[in-house]
Design a protein around this ligand. Sequence first.
Ligand code: FES
Length: 190
Amino acid sequence: MRGRFERRTFLKAGIGFGVGLRLADPSIAAQEDPASIRPTEGDLLVRLGDSSATPLGPDDIPLSARPTMAWAMDPADKTVRSGSRLNQLLLVRLDPVTLTPETLSRAAEGVVAYTAICTHEGCDIDDWLADKQHLSCACHFSTFDPKDSGRVVEGPALRMLPALPLKVVDAKLVVAKPFTSRVGFGEPPL
Ligand code: FES
């Protein structure tokens, strides 16, 4: 059964950061603006729309539930990296025994992070298929498995979702490494 999640939040984010298929960052601005650079090792994570920018911990992400939308945040100057919609993250907490070894290696107490941008044509991934615990994009119904590296399960997308490896430091979720591949859409090779 399809469960539309945080649709209102997505729409608000889209208005703020450019909804639809506006995918390319202005490259110079993206490189220079700390809010627009991709999540960086050591970044904390904060819930999308949280004006208090409270860092998230594993227990803030409900088990086997619809994804939590988040941004990365520089821990030093508290810059929330919300300057590019390509930085939108989906956080899902899953039973670690259900994760493939590769996904488990990127998970933090069962929490996995993926881009919220569909690799097909760049729509927001806005559906959660609770029965199979899959992420789905309502634009053309590409479906991805967060338990298996964001693998494409069905639909027209040609490549898996870029994952953002996490770790836990002082009970908070922290970015362990950069995205596993380029965020956005397009065919491989990247
Ligand atoms: S943009 Fe997501 S399936 Fe086409």
